[in-house]
Ligand binder design. Structure first.
Ligand SMILES: O=C(O)CCC(=O)C(=O)O
Ligand SMILES: [Fe+2]
Length: 298
């Protein structure tokens, strides 16, 4: 699931600046996607890497990928690098921002006084999907590592949601299909449908048809009936049992297919308050909507 960029492609990409992108509402404009595609498709082996990436995300047993772009991150300015990563993202699906007040890419820094279990908090960020309480969560969530935790914490964790569900009893699975779960607030969001409250964790008997609409954060932050809470806890345990973990390096671009894989992050190392804000861990986040014609959209 780690994809390296061949040297010849890196060299060519460094000499091929992409123009600024344009937005159409909260989505990357079609014209920008076409411009990027034309430029990138002219580089050696780009099509092959893009196909490998799509296969890793949607092929049998797949669901996430890490593109290793560290050499490109070093060679290019921040703006040029971001355009290039946006170009790679657009090979998978359509980049968009659900947050009207944020640019396309959203910073995830480190805030020592924020709820530790939430985005940009310093604690354990439990298994979840992003925008879980929209009727149409983003098909993909992506995280670009600018700087890892200088103290060595913050390992990324991923788990195959379908495999975790299949290890549960039928009774637990039945509870997960009920409209009995809720989490968080829903305010001023674009491109992710309506608020879904309460929602079922499983959409139906066929796992391939929907999301495993889950966040382990609901176990401590939402009031659930005891049997529903128990079924959700079993799922959370199975996700941990099946987890893989790795440390994102500078320039690593993690793409997660939210229809297959749930993500989270281990706690940052203690002592974050001793680190200057500008030296702390920094990720950039971008969401993607599957194209209607590629079979992975519902
Ligand atoms: O910090 C991370 O590695 C993950 C953050 C995350 O999952 C989120 O903000 O939704
Ligand atoms: Fe997340």
């Amino acid at each position: 699931m780690f994809i390296d960029i061949p040297n010849e492609l890196e060299t060519d990409l460094i000499d091929r600046p992409l123009p600024p992108w344009e937005l159409d509402g909260s989505f990357l404009a079609q014209s920008s996607m076409e411009e990027y595609r034309t430029e990138l498709a002219a580089t050696p082996r780009f099509e092959e890497i893009a196909a490998t990436l799509r296969h890793a995300l949607t092929g049998e047993g797949g669901g996430y990928a890490v593109l290793r772009l560290g050499n490109l991150a070093k060679a290019l300015s921040g703006v040029r690098f971001q355009r290039l990563v946006t170009g790679f993202a657009a090979e998978v699906a359509v980049p968009f921002s659900p947050f009207p007040r944020w640019p396309l890419w959203k910073d995830i820094g480190v805030k020592v006084d924020k709820d530790p279990g939430k985005s940009s908090g310093i604690g354990y960020n439990a298994f979840h999907m992003d925008l879980v309480n929209g009727t149409r969560p983003p098909d993909y969530t992506t995280l670009l590592c600018v700087r890892p935790d200088p103290l060595g914490g913050g390992t990324s964790i991923l788990s195959d949601a379908h495999a975790a569900v299949m290890r549960l009893s039928e009774d637990s699975r039945a509870l997960l299909t009920e409209l009995a779960y809720h989490y968080g607030t829903f305010f001023d969001l674009y491109g992710v449908g309506e608020e879904y409250k309460p929602f079922p964790i499983l959409d139906g008997s066929d796992l391939d048809e929907g999301f495993v609409r889950f966040t382990a954060k609901m176990l401590t932050r939402s009031e659930l009936s005891p049997p529903h809470a128990e079924a959700a806890r079993e799922l959370a345990d199975e996700l941990v049992r099946g987890q893989v973990s790795f440390m994102l390096q500078p320039g690593d671009y993690l793409i997660v297919n939210q229809r297959r894989v749930l993500h989270g992050r281990e706690a940052l190392h203690s002592g974050q308050e001793t680190i200057a804000v500008s030296d702390r861990r920094l990720l950039l986040q971008l969401f993607l909507r599957a194209r209607a014609d590629d079979g992975s959209a519902a």
